[in-house]
Design a binder for this molecule. Structure first.
Ligand code: SAM
Length: 288
């Protein structure tokens, strides 16, 4: 169903001058993009099809789209699946989408994805979305908590964030985000997307990434909180040596006992090194 702009917006020239006319995929919605919600809408059919194709959704898949916006991805995705859930913070956009589809085809959750309990939607979830860039890192950390409930995550992000997600050790992009995601997921960059594919165009380039839970290949973590603490401390001040950065968590002897040079910097440690260190400290503290 086409959404009708409110009479107030129609009549206001101040608003109309900023209103963009999006007729994406048959949607007849007029909407003023809200900067505070990071709204950059996909309008290039080529990239819409590439994202939908990369997902390869099947009818029974449990699809969850974060930030459906004006529905550029939602519509072609709903052609492929019997039902999808979407999580959208913008009430106006959520209402437009809810009016276009029946509830048995689309469940619209008006919510902040940063606090949304994805577990409530079940398991084997396939997350998809052109994510709002202003919260991309916290949103990835939030999604990581639900790793056991996810089949995969296919998301568009700022290119620079994807660089950080897939970065190997000892590179400038390697940091907390790389380690905390790589310990749980296999991460692939699928393709880049230029700013011209969006309205309004963002100032930065974008890329689509896929995260697949490692499952049985996932390294065992004796204490996940301790692991997260160590990683955060190691990258908190990148210029510090591990001896100093981890002062409150590990002694030099403890570092060296698992083969980690205390004079090295956090960015030189591989994910496995962080796992080994965290597990040895967890075992040590349990034995006390
Ligand atoms: N999927 C649409 C597309 O590709 O054209 C819109 C993408 S736009 C970059 C990001 C979308 O996420 C917007 O619809 C915005 O309102 C929504 N959004 C922003 N912050 C959000 C949050 N915290 N929780 C849920 N949705 C959010």
């Amino acid at each position: 169903m086409a959404a009708t702009p409110s009479p107030r917006k129609r009549g206001s020239s101040a608003v109309r001058s900023k209103t963009l006319d999006f007729r994406v995929g048959g949607n007849d919605a007029r909407h003023v993009p809200r900067k505070r919600f990071g709204q950059h809408f996909l309008v290039d059919q080529h990239y819409i099809e590439r994202i939908v194709g990369a997902l390869g959704a099947q009818p029974g898949d449990r699809l969850v789209e974060i930030g459906p916006g004006l529905g550029a991805l939602t519509r072609p995705l709903l052609d492929r699946v019997t039902h999808a859930d979407v999580v959208e913070i913008d009430r106006d956009l959520a209402r437009k989408l809810a009016s276009e589809f029946t509830a048995d085809h689309l469940s619209v959750h008006v919510a902040d994805a940063l606090t949304f309990d994805f577990r409530s939607l079940g398991s084997d979830l396939r997350i998809v979305g052109n994510l709002p860039y202003y919260i991309s890192s916290p949103l990835l950390f939030h999604l990581a908590q639900f790793e056991a409930n996810l089949r995969d995550v296919t998301v568009m992000l700022q290119k620079e964030v994807v660089d950080r997600m897939i970065a190997p050790p000892a590179t400038p992009e390697y940091g907390r985000l790389s380690v905390m995601l790589q310990v749980l997921f296999r991460i692939e960059r699928l393709f880049n997307v230029p700013p011209g594919a969006f309205r309004p165009a963002p100032k930065v380039g974008s890329a689509v990434a896929r995260l697949t839970p490692l499952r049985e290949e996932r390294p065992h973590l004796a204490d996940e909180r301790l692991f997260a603490q160590i990683v955060a401390a190691a990258f908190g001040q990148r210029r510090k040596t591990l001896r100093n950065a981890l002062k409150t968590l590990a002694t030099e002897v403890q570092l060296e006992s698992v083969g980690i040079e205390s004079g090295a910097r956090g960015e030189t440690l591989a994910v496995d090194d962080f796992v080994r260190l965290a597990n040895s400290l967890a075992v040590g503290s349990n034995a006390e």
